[in-house]
Design a protein around this ligand. Structure first.
Ligand code: CA
Length: 231
């Protein structure tokens, strides 16, 4: 998952960027509103973490412009403005949630997970496919209940695919979710991660869709569905 962090305070920006990267997100950090607008126009993000008081273009303007383009990207406002009126303005301008500075990093990360979950159209807090399960809160993966160690990038690839079974993501789309600007991408990196995931969690988990990319197959076989669904 790729996150755009917009924050003009260097100390806060650095701490938040580090915390998000430690959670395996790809993070681009921008320090002013105008640059945020160009980044949003050119890069596919899964979430926007937006400060309101920003140089050049303020956060509310960035948010209103984004929503005017009918973009449904989840937006979490993080701001020192704790007045009720500011929070209301932010939500009315199209934010999905807000957090008031100074905030607790664990709370920020939980809100990020919640918004990403909703942004991907899901309500589940863990992702499951047959006997494979991954948990974004703990970054753990398991198969048939047994823990399976994945690298940070293998985990990120699997989360992107498991978030919406049946959706095909091309190699380029996966790279966009894995790498922030300035990070070196080797040409076969995605193939290597997919190979690693299949080796550890079973080859059936990820399908190669010829010429298009990769997906987690959509339908679970009947025998893995809960009893109530088997009619
Ligand atoms: Ca600020």
């Amino acid at each position: 998952m790729r996150i755009l962090l917009v924050e003009d305070d260097s100390m806060i920006g650095e701490v938040v960027q580090d915390a998000l990267r430690a959670e395996h997100y790809a993070v681009d950090w921008i320090r002013d509103g105008a640059s945020a607008q160009s980044a949003l126009a050119t890069t596919p993000y899964d979430l926007l973490l937006l400060d309101l008081g920003l140089p050049r273009t303020d956060g509310l303007t960035v948010l209103r412009a984004l929503r005017a383009k009918k973009k449904t990207l989840p937006v979490l406002i993080a701001t020192a403005r704790d007045a009720v009126a500011d929070r209301v303005r932010g939500l009315d301008a199209g934010a999905d949630d807000y957090i008031v500075k100074p905030y607790d990093l664990d709370e920020l990360l939980a809100r990020v997970r919640a918004l990403l979950r909703r942004g991907q159209g899901g309500a589940e807090t863990t992702y499951q496919w047959r006997d494979v399960r991954i948990d974004p809160a703990t970054h753990t993966a398991s198969r048939a209940g047994a823990g399976v160690p994945l690298s940070a990038r293998e985990w990120a690839v699997l989360q992107a695919l498991l978030a919406r079974p049946g959706r095909v993501l091309s190699r380029e789309q996966l790279e966009d979710k894995l790498y922030a600007w300035g990070e070196e991408v080797s040409s076969n990196a995605v193939e290597v991660y997919i190979h690693g995931i299949r080796r550890k969690l079973g080859a059936a988990l990820i399908e190669n869709v010829r010429g298009l990319g990769y997906s987690v197959p959509n339908s679970n076989p009947v025998e893995t569905l809960p009893k109530a669904v088997r009619t």
